[in-house]
Design a binder for this molecule. Structure first.
Ligand SMILES: *[C@@H]1O[C@H](CO)[C@@H](O)[C@H](O)[C@H]1NC(C)=O
Ligand SMILES: *[C@@H]1O[C@H](CO)[C@@H](O)[C@H](O)[C@H]1NC(C)=O
Length: 316
């Protein structure tokens, strides 16, 4: 329980601002430990992110590959905004994801969570066996049975997030991120926007989208609504150290402080089951060949170097 005096000053502060206090991760009155005061759902029992523990994950080979449509190069406009918490790319609803159970979701926006503050270099939200990755990418979708994101976000089966984790690959610039990262300087201040033309979102995601974890959770920021079907891809995106540092140091929040460590701590699983359609992490320790299409599946035979191993039964 929070002391009454703190609660009172929070209310006073809120009244002064004329609306709710701006939430933060670690500073001020409404840091993540206090989100439930203003946003009760943040104290719920199916919150995100979580630690994905391989020994507790339930293997479900019947989970089919996610069907992503319209994620490839699109020459239209992508508004990009610094909202004071992260950088967000608005996505066209011509991008859609159909999940294994046949539910179709339409894309809404894509944003990032990162670390960067001096003592902590990593900033993913989901961790894998306790390990935090350097950045996490979220592509937010809404169920196509609803007319809009605004309508879907209130419904129990409204949202799905495709999440991907980023690893540093020292000196290799990921060219699929060059345009996006070079325009971060245009949106240094909170509230600023720019427009990027022609992005290939598929190329900004991991090369192999076949394998993923799946569980039921929530938004990882207030209001923490518990209506998100999560799909965390097992393969990772690789960015250079320079690219990661650019993301970590380019943007300022509403107080003109650099946005860093904009990730929420992992939440209790509370008897939920995490499923995965793979048994051991398919890409652990293996550098994927720098190829995009067709998507390769890599086997684990000890007898050949990894780049020679092309799995026969890729489609299962
Ligand atoms: C993928 O989804 C699209 C759009 O919903 C559909 O037209 C296509 O047939 C699907 N592809 C597969 C392989 O299921
Ligand atoms: C942040 O910096 C900009 C540019 O110097 C300035 O216009 C703005 O008032 C500052 N905002 C705050 C909250 O200090």
């Amino acid at each position: 329980m929070m002391p009454l005096i703190t609660l009172l000053s929070l209310l006073v502060l809120g009244a002064q601002a004329g609306h709710g206090v701006e939430w933060t991760y670690s500073e001020g009155m409404l840091d993540e430990a206090h989100w439930p005061l203003e946003y009760p759902k943040c104290g719920g029992r199916r919150q995100s992110p979580i630690d994905l523990q391989m020994k507790k994950v339930q293997y479900n080979p019947s989970l089919r590959a996610l069907n992503l449509t319209g994620y490839g190069l699109w020459h239209g406009e992508f508004p990009v905004t610094n909202n004071g918490h992260t950088v967000q790319i608005s996505l066209p609803s011509t991008m859609s994801m159909t999940t294994s159970d046949g539910t179709q979701y339409l894309a809404k926006q894509m944003h990032f969570h990162w670390g960067g503050a001096s003592s902590e270099i990593s900033g993913s939200e989901h961790t894998v066996d306790g390990m935090r990755y350097v950045i996490e990418i979220h592509v937010v979708h809404y169920n196509s049975k609803y007319n809009s994101y605004e309508e879907a976000q209130k419904e129990p089966d409204g949202l799905a997030v495709l999440a991907a984790l980023v690893e540093v690959k020292d000196y290799t610039e990921n060219a699929y991120y060059s345009k996006f990262i070079s325009h971060l300087e245009d949106i240094r201040y909170a509230g600023q926007s720019t427009v990027l033309r022609g992005l290939d979102i598929e190329d900004m995601l991991p090369g192999d989208l076949r394998y993923y974890y799946s569980y039921l959770g929530s938004l990882t920021t207030p209001p923490c609504t518990e209506n998100v079907h999560w799909f965390v891809v097992a393969d990772t995106v690789k960015l250079s150290k320079t690219q990661v540092e650019k993301l970590e140091n380019s943007l300022l929040n509403h107080q003109n402080k650099t946005i860093q460590n904009d990730y929420r701590r992992t939440q209790p699983l509370n008897h939920r089951v995490v499923e995965a359609n793979f048994m051991s992490r398919p890409h652990q320790g293996i550098q994927l060949p720098n190829m995009r299409k067709p998507r390769l599946c890599i086997s684990f035979s000890q007898h050949q170097p990894p780049e020679m191993q092309v799995h026969e039964s890729c489609s299962m």
